[in-house]
Design a protein around this ligand. Structure first.
Ligand code: ADP
Length: 270
């Protein structure tokens, strides 16, 4: 394996070809090499993400085991059990999101059936309002008759991921504005705008990478698996939609899912 002056990985093979002659076969394996690096990084990330809660879980189990039953107060036991349940649920969430991602990756696009996006958005809004304690969640405009040809549960997870993130990354008294509407260019936009912590320009392109988080501690503390936007991006791709992210550090973010006219279902055909 050699590298050429453009830093591409070239595999060179020498094959005997007649007497005293050789055939040199070269193959550009840069892309393969990149894929292999991505795969290795992914395995390393998954191991790390699962190892952390597992270490805490084993630690508490060992502590509980080392204390004789008659020496532990019921409240203390309860406290340990709650902490262990949190860690186990964390692992459960990571594994569930990983499974979702791998299912999404296994087929390129969905044909599906007409999905009532307004209904999905209202359900997600109700959940977000329960989750949000001190932020204001507003609805700007929800078009009731704008359906999307697609997969309802995938669309529901994309819709709620963006909304949950807005709640997670917007401090107390911040504002979250949700809308679903037809644009002048005939595309349907689902957008979630927040006045939250925002993201620096250099981090924006990386947000949809698996396990990429700007602030690991904050994301974990709010229950994030680091996979939500990777899932959302895949759902978008499978519906020929585009996920765009506009954000300013300290000012807030605007996440938009834009569906092409070919995915819209006109009211008369519902
Ligand atoms: P997580 O489970 O960590 O929220 P996501 O894939 O949903 O994982 O998001 C990846 C990262 O993108 C988050 O950890 C956070 O740093 C950043 N992010 C996502 N949504 C927002 C938002 N609305 N405002 C600020 N940062 C955000």
């Amino acid at each position: 394996l050699v590298r050429n002056d453009q830093n591409r990985a070239i595999l060179v093979q020498l094959t005997p070809y007649g007497i005293g002659q050789y055939l040199i076969v070269t193959r550009d394996v840069t892309q393969l090499e990149k894929l292999e690096t991505t795969r290795k990084d992914f395995v390393a990330n998954v191991s790390h993400e699962l190892r952390t809660p597992l270490t805490v879980l084993v630690g508490f189990l060992e502590t509980l085991q080392s204390i004789p039953a008659e020496h532990i107060e019921p409240e203390q036991r309860e406290h340990y059990l709650n902490l262990m349940i949190d860690q186990a649920q964390r692992m459960q969430a990571i594994v569930a999101d990983l499974l979702t991602l791998s299912t999404l990756e296994s087929s390129p696009s969905v044909s599906g059936e007409p999905v009532n996006m307004a209904e999905i958005i209202h359900t997600a809004l109700n959940q977000a309002r329960i989750l949000s304690k001190d932020q204001h969640v507003f609805v700007e405009n929800i078009a009731d008759d704008l359906y999307i040809q697609g997969n309802a549960s995938e669309l529901a997870s994309a819709v709620s991921n963006l909304l949950t993130n807005a709640v997670r990354y917007t401090p107390k008294d911040g504002t979250i504005t949700v809308s679903w509407y037809l644009t002048e260019s005939g595309r349907a936009h689902y957008s979630v705008q927040d006045t939250g912590i925002g993201v620096a320009a250099q981090d924006i392109p990386r947000l949809t990478e698996r396990f990429y988080r700007v602030d690991r501690g904050r994301s974990r503390a709010t229950g994030g698996t680091g996979l939500g936007l990777a899932i959302t991006k895949h759902v978008a791709m499978r519906h020929n939609a585009e996920l765009t992210i506009n954000s300013r550090l300290g000012a807030g973010s605007l996440f938009t899912l834009a569906f092409p006219p070919s995915r819209l279902v006109v009211p008369s055909s519902q």
